[in-house]
Design a protein around this ligand. Structure first.
Ligand SMILES: CC1(C)CN=C(N2CCN(c3ncnc4sc(CC(F)F)cc34)CC2)S1
Length: 488
């Protein structure tokens, strides 16, 4: 029965953010593997106390002196022992095997699953931690996955690890993480597939499973996942600043220890926090968004979308519209090679918001005044816009579920026709055939890094309609031709 180490007990009662950072440092550096249950209980306790109604909004000054309500060791210890008891009493602990089995992982998932409140609003905030599980018997879909991994750690299975896509979580286990299993649900109204192997069929081609390039966590990266999942929201519009500061300090700790290197979304989360309240002048948030992109390109064959939408969102918020169009075109370059499936709602909403909210707002802002440096005069922007739309059209191609509908067309046509014909005429698109090999085996089956070989270049030069090999999706071809004919 693992107990809370004396060195960590000495840090209680926790009164400041820095004490929590010390606890994480001691867990990340000072022992063989960090105790997921302990750290999730502590962050969950702090988050829930500071974001509940009763807490008056107070502005923190610094991690050293930032006063938190006292968090007593006894509170944490009781919850910690409760989790150990729930797990060890329900799953036999005479651990004989070196590796976990599918049956073991399923049984731990069942213990968590069957102890949850019968029905509750699953998308509510603050349901991601073991504190929520132990005090309210409620978890969101990520929280269930995390609790199963923490449970397997309690049972001594160091081979069970969290696997993360951009909108789902499951586990790998066995020799070299060679086995995998669903352990939580996904989305609304979908039958859970707990215990099953991650789909090899059509679902493997959906964005939800990132073409078999998930983030496979180490224990330290599982700590990064729980820290990323901290939710400082007091309500839809306000964050509890102490919780946000705690999350930012812990993400910097994990960053400096090198545990975010292969975790693009965690780097992106840190970038978002740094944009709001810069803590490290030597590492601007813009370079964090670039690092997230580099990580996704280097470790995940550029199959992740969010690193580009983190960066695009940053450029958009800072009125850097030309750069935003480039980030969004790159995001679209990723999604084009997937098949759209009903499980991909989250990324669909992301592209819908960019196409039908953000880009129209940019066009409005750019065509209102007499912007000298307007993007409407920049062929590169028009080119990236076409790439953005074309990627979405290709995403739809070969998918069982349609992506585009009339609601997309109006903003699309409006936007394209805002560019003068002389600007549009300067765009020449030359595409690499391989990049367009969308759905045949080659792209999805080979594991070498396609990314480096691709070389789609966009050269603002001749008129796109002269390029018979433009390879654009017919919709975009037609629209661009229509633009050139000025019939729009
Ligand atoms: C550019 C965006 C819209 C801004 N926030 C984004 N996030 C994407 C999802 N976030 C995440 N951040 C760290 N790790 C994970 S693992 C995961 C899937 C879940 F099912 F486990 C999601 C996620 C954090 C917030 S994408």
């Amino acid at each position: 029965m693992a107990v809370i180490r004396d060195i960590d007990k000495a840090l209680f009662p926790i009164k400041t953010i820095n004490t929590v950072v010390k606890l994480f440092t001691s867990q990340l550096e000072g022992c063989s593997e960090p105790d997921l249950a302990l750290l999730s209980i502590v962050t969950g306790l702090i988050e829930n106390q500071l974001t509940s109604r009763s807490n008056a909004v107070q502005l923190p000054d610094s991690p050293e002196t930032n006063v938190l309500p006292r968090f007593e060791l006894e509170t944490v210890e009781n919850l910690y022992n409760k989790f150990h008891l729930v797990i060890t009493s329900s799953v036999e602990t005479n651990k004989t095997k070196a590796y976990a089995t599918r049956d073991l992982v399923k049984r731990v998932s069942d213990v968590i699953w069957n102890s949850l409140t019968r029905s509750y609003y699953k998308d509510r905030p603050h349901l991601q931690s073991l504190y929520s599980y132990l005090t309210g018997s409620k978890l969101d879909c990520f929280g269930v996955a995390f609790a199963v991994v923490a449970g397997c750690q309690v049972l001594g299975y160091s081979d069970v690890h969290l696997a993360l896509s951009e909108d789902h979580a499951w586990v790998v286990f066995g020799p070299n993480g060679s086995e995998n299993a669903e352990i939580t649900w996904h989305g609304k109204g979908n039958e859970d597939k707990r215990g099953q192997e991650i789909g090899k069929g059509v679902s493997a081609r959906s964005w939800l499973y990132v073409n078999n390039k998930p983030v496979i966590c180490t224990r330290h990266m599982e700590v990064a996942a729980l820290v990323s999942a901290i939710n400082p929201a007091l309500n839809a519009n306000v964050d509890a600043s102490e919780v946000a500061m705690l999350q930012q300090e812990l993400l910097w700790l994990l960053y400096d220890l090198g545990h975010l290197k292969k975790y693009p979304m965690a780097i992106g989360n840190l970038g978002d926090l740094e944009e709001i309240s810069p803590k490290r002048s030597d590492i601007p948030c813009s370079s964090l968004f670039e690092e997230a992109i580099e990580s996704a390109r280097k470790y995940y064959n550029n199959q992740h979308v969010y690193p580009y939408t983190y960066q695009g969102g940053y450029y958009y918020r800072n009125n850097m519209y030309k750069e935003a169009f480039e980030s969004w075109a790159n995001a679209s370059d990723v999604i084009r090679l997937y098949n759209y499936s009903r499980d991909d709602e989250e990324i669909y909403k992301e592209f819908l918001e960019i196409a039908n909210e953000l880009i129209p707002q940019i066009m409005k802002a750019e065509s209102s005044g007499f912007e000298a440096n307007t993007i409407l005069k920049k062929p590169q922007c028009f080119a990236n816009l076409l790439k953005f739309y074309d990627g979405i059209c290709q995403w739809e191609e070969g998918s069982a579920t349609p992506v585009l509908h009339i609601g997309w067309a109006k903003p699309l046509v409006n936007t394209i026709s805002k560019f003068d014909s002389d600007v549009r005429a300067q765009v020449n698109i030359v595409c690499d055939e391989e990049k367009l090999m969308k759905k045949n085996g080659s792209y999805f089956n080979n594991n070498n890094n396609n990314y480096e070989k691709e070389n789609t270049t966009v050269i603002p030069k001749l008129n796109v309609k002269e390029q018979s090999t433009s390879n654009f999706h017919p919709t975009i071809e037609a629209l661009t031709a229509a633009c050139s004919e000025k019939i729009l």
